[in-house]
Design a protein. Structure first.
Length: 399
């Protein structure tokens, strides 16, 4: 079977200081703010000798803070936003004291940068710190047009700025609530999975302990009549116990992992993988074919369960996303110290989504036993998923 090229597809991991937009869009946004500075300068907003330089410095400070905001944490970001707002308010007060009438109080670069800072603060600042920075930012944006004089044109401009301020604040809060809801869903899913895993662990221990007891009883029964068969039986009991301890330690380690979002299935073996493929074909649509190579009788339970999970997730995605698919090939290959699971289809290539829990949970599940998973377009067309799972042999088990 020719090797298939896959694009790496790992679960998107959340970062507390990640960009809200892709890098290219973020650079375009910053370039737009710089263009507003140039337009304000061409309009003459910075050419008033008394306070023009102060306005320019305030605008540049706000833009610089926008540029560095992805590197600021949830405490430093509201401090930076509050500082920019305070500087802007000081400039507004200074212009009010100068009492120069006209449109020179206007300018769009600084309010736009402050509005973006407001959105960022509402999105990911700590609530206690955001409670101080948000009012300052709102006041700095809305009061700038009326800082020199309050007349019809400046009041209308202040109302427009207030509308933009409310919009930015609403977007930031909406994104905050959406991500909080996603975190709650992930926590609930993680708890449900761990509960299911605890049940699996109970069944696994009961299965192995029962086997060890049966072998011990058989060895005891043979001790008087066929003593030469006792040492091999004891070796089998020792091997079964070592395998059980090794697998159980790995499974308990997964259960203790506080951060992994692990998608789990009940205990399953190669027989359940075969049933998955048969049920997929029985439903109708694409045909599924299973190819097995190697021996799988002595595989640890966490390896067979993970292989079952890989096939189930891949077949589910074929059913959902593989338009025009007529055939699916499932190959499980045991070679040396690893098991390779490949699932490929001949449907139309599709985009990898990192927003859902399926692929992310699968990557976490495979990673917890030291394996890796890749997904992407296949060279011959269609889509492929490949998981490499290490096989732990029952050796000396550390205490």
């Amino acid at each position: 079977m020719a090797e298939t090229e896959y694009g790496e597809a790992t679960g998107a991991r959340g970062r507390g200081r990640a960009l809200l937009l892709p890098a290219t869009a973020w650079l375009l946004l910053v370039a737009g703010l710089a263009a507003l500075v140039v337009l304000d300068s061409v309009a003459g907003f910075y050419w008033i000798v008394e306070y023009g330089p102060a306005k320019l410095i305030g605008a540049l400070l706000a833009i610089v803070l926008v540029v560095v905001s992805p590197r600021l944490d949830s405490r430093a970001l509201p401090v930076a936003g509050g500082t920019a707002a305070f500087v802007s308010l000081c400039v507004s007060v200074y212009m009010h004291l100068e009492m120069r009438t006209g449109a020179q109080a206007l300018g769009f670069a600084e309010p736009a940068a402050l509005a973006l800072l407001l959105l960022l603060v509402a999105r990911r600042a700590k609530p206690s710190w955001a409670a101080l920075a948000v009012p300052l930012l709102c006041a700095a944006i809305v009061l700038r047009p009326v800082s020199v004089t309050a007349r019809q044109s400046t009041i209308i401009m202040a109302l427009l700025f207030a509308l933009g301020t409310v919009t930015a604040l609403a977007i930031g809060l909406g994104m905050r609530l959406l991500l909080a809801d996603r975190r709650r869903q992930a926590a609930a899913l993680r708890l449900e999975q761990r509960t299911e895993f605890a049940r699996d662990l109970h069944d696994f221990v009961a299965h192995h302990v029962t086997g060890i007891v049966v072998q011990a009883q058989g060895a005891q029964a043979m001790a008087g009549r066929r003593p030469e068969l006792v040492p091999p039986a004891l070796r089998r009991i020792e091997q079964a116990g070592s395998e059980a301890l090794t697998s159980m330690r790995a499974m308990v380690g997964m259960l203790r992992d506080a951060d992994g979002e692990v998608a789990l299935t009940p205990l399953a073996g190669i027989g359940e993988v075969r049933s998955l493929v048969e049920e997929f074909s029985a439903v109708g649509g694409a045909r599924a074919r299973l190819d097995l190579e190697g021996t799988f009788d002595d595989l640890p339970v966490e390896v067979t369960t993970t292989a079952h999970r890989v096939v189930m997730e891949a077949l589910t995605n074929v059913r959902k996303h593989a338009h025009g698919c007529t055939e699916v090939r499932v190959r499980v290959d045991r070679s040396g110290g690893r098991v390779t699971v490949r699932v490929s289809d001949d449907g139309q290539p599709r985009h990898v989504s990192h927003s859902g829990f399926g692929l992310k949970g699968l990557a976490e599940r495979v990673g917890l036993i030291g394996g890796s998973v890749q997904a992407g377009p296949a060279t011959g067309g269609g889509w492929g998923v490949e998981a490499t799972l290490p096989v732990f042999t029952a050796g000396v088990v550390a205490s």
